[in-house]
Write a protein that binds this ligand. Sequence first.
Ligand SMILES: N[C@@H](CCC(=O)N[C@@H](CS)C(=O)NCC(=O)O)C(=O)O
Length: 217
Amino acid sequence: MKLYSGPLSLFTQKVRIALAEKQLAYERIEVGWSRTDRYLPHHPDVVALNPKCQVPVLVDGELSLYDSTLILEYLEDRYPERPLLPKDPVARARCRQQEAAADEIWFPNIWTLIEARFYPPPPDGADASGAAQAVSELGALYAQLDGALEGRDWYGEAYGVADIGTFVMAQAATVLGAPPPAELPNVSAWMERVQARPPVAAEVQATTAFLARTLAA
Ligand SMILES: N[C@@H](CCC(=O)N[C@@H](CS)C(=O)NCC(=O)O)C(=O)O
């Protein structure tokens, strides 16, 4: 198996964590990325394999697959050992929805913060006006998550893709200056619990080190 991966790509992070949780061996191909040019020029294999020219792309035998949510679903179907989705259809649907919501509802706010706080401002002046709104919307998402975690260890029925997808976004929000509010203890305890898993801890450590090198350069 091969994974085309981006060093700070949150979508790739989800897939790397899932592969490690399932203890699957794979070749990791890191595409080029820089703070100034981002992903340009795109890796030629990624251009050939993904019409959106994005990572992650997974290649497994004759299959090449893009989009992190679909890749997680494929990994579960193809390699069901060490499951990351429940078997029960209702619990499974909920878990898949929570994972997709991390991309579609959490991520747009995080993207606003990435543009405002991480990438160099465009020459015509940064428009950081959306940052305050993004922080406020993330606050509301943290509060919802805190309610959903009341009395339970994991966001899904058991640890799985809902936890991985949501954790990756919450961790990025934290790094970007929007950590979970102190008055939401369920979220903070859950983040510690997720981060105690070795595949997640390794991922956070590697990403933090890469980020520190990038910011120091
Ligand atoms: N919906 C896609 C999003 C993937 C995505 O946005 N990838 C970014 C990196 S995080 C990318 O490769 N961007 C290439 C570019 O902006 O040129 C997924 O879940 O995999």
